[in-house]
Design a protein around this ligand. Structure first.
Ligand SMILES: *[C@@H]1O[C@H](CO)[C@@H](O)[C@H](O)[C@H]1NC(C)=O
Ligand SMILES: *[C@@H]1O[C@H](CO)[C@@H](O)[C@H](O)[C@H]1NC(C)=O
Ligand SMILES: *[C@@H]1O[C@H](CO)[C@@H](O)[C@H](O)[C@H]1NC(C)=O
Ligand SMILES: *[C@@H]1O[C@H](CO)[C@@H](O)[C@H](O)[C@H]1NC(C)=O
Ligand SMILES: [Zn+2]
Length: 962
């Protein structure tokens, strides 16, 4: 799936400094917003069932139907599924679908029990039984003795009067109805307005465990089968599914004139990758003669406006890239991609019919920012990568989700880099994934990438895996691996892996085996096998801090924890030691490598002369942080101060990020970290600025209500003014958009930081732009890249008038990305009553779509004025949120994470503990997030006590040296 709904605490770190005085919330927020969006490609968080909190494992149940895993006695071969979604409510006001399904399965081991997943379906009974069974090819089917739905494990249980015979095949038929609800899971409906008419469409989201809500099926990824789909639907709609349709036929059912569309049999595939949609959308497609039919589907209006053009233009090149990278042709004959008005994740890689949130697929040059464009590019690339890795070859069970998602996340940057070579996507992965997730993985509450199969059983446990560790750390360690075995060898290993396992299932060691073969074939020398090296990174949580003493050449490692007092309760069979591929340069010379295989080693080449400097982890290819002896830190700082270009741009960002994190962990002084930002007054590159802005954001969260605030703002103003002026020149007085993708991003930093720090020229500029727009609502001349920032500033500086203008513009917005920007900016107001009203709106689905509720609340909480309001709000409404929003794509974890970010006092900590007690039975997927929030609050308390004085002194000193 395209990125989990999870929101990492890292999001907080990436927020951007912005905040100035009252404007504090603002800029931070707008940057938060875009980060949030980045993360928003989310997984649906399943409705947690209060009866089975995922943290407690009940005693091993005795009866097969009480176990969450299917027995291995039966194997599906094919399904014939026919579904008829009603796009209008029935007499009861319910939207329903009806259907029938026949599954052909083979008996592998003798059994008198059939377990097949079915959830929330009303099955038709024949003679009191919920299904019919027949033998295939002469096999005799035993009679059905008893059938029932076992709700806790979501099975249809069928007890037979006699055994099924191994080697024989049978057919099980069911008829059923289900609700086509708006819960964003299984077969569900989405609604939108077009030309004043409400439209309803039916669509699906099966991953991970909701195919069983659409029809009875063996709903585990290893239960691959061939699917024959038929959809019955109104004459003015079109039906889509994984494979190509046959010509639709007219039918009359119950007096309704309808059409019926059948589809070619699918490839052998997993249930979670199924998709079927009935809608009245339009599409733009590739040329008829092309080898693979590519179509981009969306609301008619969006297609008419050309919003699908960018996706269409890039899909072909990305598919071509992956064909070459995997050395394997695209496995299907068509690639449909569709943008849905209601969608809980960012996108979903259904094989041949990829579903997207509108903002993940549609692009409007006049309205969308370059960040929107980059998001579309990387999500498309991520999903297309899955067409082979994940879909053609599928991991056997959800415990290996990290491999599937980490891989797709890593290679999405390669595909995007191919399709948009000028964007530096291979560098941007460091900002977009790696730095963020290092902050998460440095907590004692982190977890290993790889889970044991038996620890991931329930839908809640599966859903919890869709987090930033799975996506981003997975990507980071695979990037590191591909660096030390080389990209060409990595790609060769993928090729043979895909060849051996196509249409089958794997465990992660199968990939290691193929990569090892490629390594051996290429004659690459590694100090240990691929498996032994990688086990260190995937079987234990966290990552090492590598310390290099350039006086002696000593190199050591230890588990890096952001909170120095935290206690790691889980032991690791590797004792929290890693095999670390350390790359380094001396005085800007050639890159060298040192494999650190023990806790300590000495590398005489790393012992330096008095004026030499050493830099390690070049381009941040390794998943570790680096500390040096004080002398080397000083020489690195001196180099940054004199010729910062001698240090690679990613490492300029890395030095900042490492130093700030080491300071958080009390490994180096906080003032050393602050000193890594001094050279920024001559820096114009995006990566270092973004790293600084993200790290300083923490200072704003902790200090924006204290006496540190003034001197801190003065320092930032001093540092950012040259950047602001640089952009003023580059854009010819703000009349031109910079050409470079990363320059465009850094222009946003320049404006948000300068306005936030109170650079008057900046605030005058943004106020004037917004005013002009309010006076001419039809012609918004604010550059799309800058809109989030400008809207946010203006709404913060303004009052009800500005808010209401933005709200009505939001409600009438036809472009999802524009709507999102306004939705974020609305939380920037400093009026408590407006914020409270907005909180109320957030849980009113007629005002804010359910999919956006948690974003809205989180955004309000990131505003210092909104923070206490949002916390009170979710505490007061928790029962309602939990019961009404549980299954609707709202992540409780994200909500808790978002509203507790500033917590840094004993009082707040106690409130959080109280919340945990009060709602112990109603935490569901927020359980882990709540523990993390508690840990974070403690860490913050400690940090503020330690650092308030020195930080105040440092900023004051810098500000007075103006
Ligand atoms: C399924 O049956 C229950 C109980 O009779 C009923 O309340 C529900 O509305 C039915 N669902 C559908 C989709 O018909
Ligand atoms: C920008 O504006 C200033 C003052 O209004 C003017 O002096 C300068 O020439 C302008 N620069 C460009 C590139 O237009
Ligand atoms: C624009 O980006 C390219 C690479 O993406 C970089 O080499 C170049 O220096 C950038 N130009 C400017 C003006 O920063
Ligand atoms: C900003 O606007 C104010 C009020 O219009 C004006 O007095 C001030 O000179 C402007 N400042 C700058 C730097 O343009
Ligand atoms: Zn994915």
């Amino acid at each position: 799936m395209g990125r989990g709904v999870y929101i990492s605490r890292a999001v907080a770190l990436t927020c951007g400094v912005v905040a100035a005085g009252a404007v504090a919330a603002i800029v931070a927020l707008s940057v938060l917003y875009s980060q949030e969006k980045w993360r928003n490609g989310s997984a649906p968080t399943a409705a947690p069932s209060p009866s089975t909190p995922s943290s407690t494992s009940p005693p091993a149940p005795q009866r097969p139907w009480q176990r969450h895993r299917l027995p291995d006695s039966l194997a599906p071969v094919s399904y014939n599924v026919s579904l008829w979604p009603r796009l209008e409510p029935d007499a009861r006001g319910l939207y329903v679908f009806s259907g029938s399904s026949t599954v052909t399965f083979r008996c592998v081991k003798a059994t008198d029990l059939i377990l097949i997943h079915a959830s929330e379906l009303n099955l038709t009974a024949y003679d009191g039984k919920h299904a019919r069974l027949s033998g295939v090819a002469g096999a005799t089917a035993p009679a059905l003795e008893k059938t029932w739905l076992e709700a806790p494990t979501q099975y249809l249980v069928i007890q037979l009067s006699g055994p099924l015979r191994p080697g024989s095949s049978y057919q099980l038929s069911t008829e059923f109805t289900g609700e086509l609800s708006d819960d964003l899971g299984g077969f569900y409906r989405s609604e939108y307005w077009e030309d004043g008419v409400k439209r309803v469409l039916a669509t699906t989201q099966m991953q991970p465990t909701d195919a069983r809500k659409a029809f009875p099926c063996f709903d585990e990824p290893a239960m691959k089968a061939v699917f024959h789909m038929t959809l019955t639907h109104p004459t003015d709609t079109v039906a889509l599914s994984n494979s190509m349709n046959y010509d639709p036929v007219k039918v009359t059912v119950d007096g309704h004139s309808l059409i019926q569309t059948s589809f070619e049999p699918t490839e052998l595939m997993s249930t979670y990758l199924l998709a079927f949609i009935v809608c009245d959308f339009a599409y733009i497609g590739s040329e008829p003669g092309d080898k693979v039919l590519i179509r981009i589907w969306a609301r008619k209006k969006a297609i008419d406006e050309g919003q699908g053009a960018y996706a269409l233009e890039k899909t072909g090149p990305v598919l071509a890239f992956f064909e070459a990278y995997y050395k394997s042709p695209y496995p299907l004959t068509k690639s449909d991609q569709i943008a849905l008005p209601d969608f809980s994740a960012g996108a979903m890689e259904n094989w041949g019919l990829i579903t997207y949130r509108e903002t993940s697929l549609l692009y409007n040059p006049a309205m969308s920012s370059n960040k929107d464009k980059e998001w579309v590019m990387t999500v498309i690339s991520h999903e297309l990568a899955h067409m082979w890795f994940g879909n053609l070859v599928t991991t056997r069970w959800w415990n290996d989700l990290w491999l599937n998602e980490g891989f797709a996340t890593y290679v999405s940057y390669l595909g995007a880099n191919y399709a948009e070579p000028a964007w530096n996507m291979k560098d941007l992965i460091v900002l977009r994934e790696i730095m963020d997730v290092m902050a998460v993985d440095a907590l004692a509450s982190s977890h290993p990438l790889s889970s044991k199969e038996e620890d991931v059983l329930t839908p809640e446990q599966i859903n919890e895996l869709f987090d930033s560790i799975t996506y981003s750390k997975g990507a980071a360690v695979l990037r590191m691996l591909s660096e030390f075995i080389t990209e060409a060898v990595f790609s060769q290993g993928l090729h043979t892996y895909l060849e051996e396992f196509k249409y089958k299932n794997t465990v992660y060691t199968d990939l290691w085996k193929h990569l090892q073969m490629a390594v051996d074939g290429a004659g690459i020398e590694l100090p240990q096998s691929v498996e032994d090296i990688m086990n260190r990174w995937i079987l234990q949580m966290g990552f090492p801090l590598v310390t290099i003493d350039t006086q002696t050449g000593s190199v050591t490692q230890r588990h890096f924890l952001l909170n120095p007092d935290s206690v790691v309760s889980t032991s690791s069979e590797f004792n929290y030691e890693w095999f670390v591929p350390i790359t380094w340069i001396k005085n800007g010379g050639a890159k060298q490598q040192h494999w650190l295989l023990e806790k300590e080693a000495v590398n005489k080449d790393m012992a330096l002369g008095a004026s030499d400097w050493l830099l390690a982890n070049i381009d941040m290819k390794g998943f570790y942080r680096v500390n040096y002896d004080v002398g080397n830190w000083e020489r690195l700082l001196a180099k940054l101060g004199s010729q910062h270009e001698d240090i690679p741009v990613i490492n300029r960002a890395q030095i900042i990020d490492d130093a700030f994190n080491l300071a958080r962990a009390e490994v180096v002084d906080t003032t050393l970290a602050l000193r890594t930002t001094r050279f920024l007054d001559r820096e114009v590159e995006y990566l270092p600025w973004q790293a600084a802005s993200s790290n300083l954001h923490y200072f704003f969260l902790m200090f924006d209500r204290s006496e540190v605030y003034g001197p801190m703002q003065a320092y930032i103003k001093k540092q950012v003014t040259p950047l602001f002026n640089y952009y003023k020149d580059l854009t010819l007085n703000w009349t031109k958009t910079p050409e470079n993708h990363t320059d465009q991003f850094n222009q946003v930093n320049a404006i948000s930081l300068a306005c936030g720090a109170g650079v008057e020229e900046c605030t005058n500029l943004t106020s004037a732009w917004f005013k002009e727009w309010m006076e001419n609502p039809e012609t918004n001349t604010i550059s799309p890249n800058l809109r989030s920032t400008v809207y946010c500033s203006a709404i913060a500086a303004g009052g009800e008038e500005q808010w209401d203008f933005a709200w009505s513009t939001y409600q009438n917005a036809t472009i999802a990305s524009e709507a999102e920007k306004l939705m974020g900016a609305l939380s920037c107001t400093r009026e408590p009553w407006l914020l409270n009203r907005y909180l109320e709106y957030s849980l009113d689905p007629t005002k804010i779509r359910k999919q956006d509720a948690s974003f809205t609340i989180t955004a309000i909480a990131s505003n210092p004025v909104g923070q206490p309001l949002a916390w009170d709000f979710i505490r007061a409404k928790w029962d309602f949120i939990f019961n009404d929003y549980g299954g609707e794509g709202l992540s409780f974890g994200r909500l808790i994470d978002g509203v507790t970010r500033r917590f840094s006092t004993e009082f707040e900590y106690k409130q959080l503990l109280q919340f945990k007690e009060d709602h112990a039975a109603q935490l569901g997927s927020a359980t882990a997030a709540l523990e993390q929030a508690l840990e974070r609050a403690r860490t913050n308390m400690h940090w503020v006590n330690m650092n308030r004085e020195p930080v105040l002194e440092w900023f004051t000193g810098e500000a007075s040296s103006l």
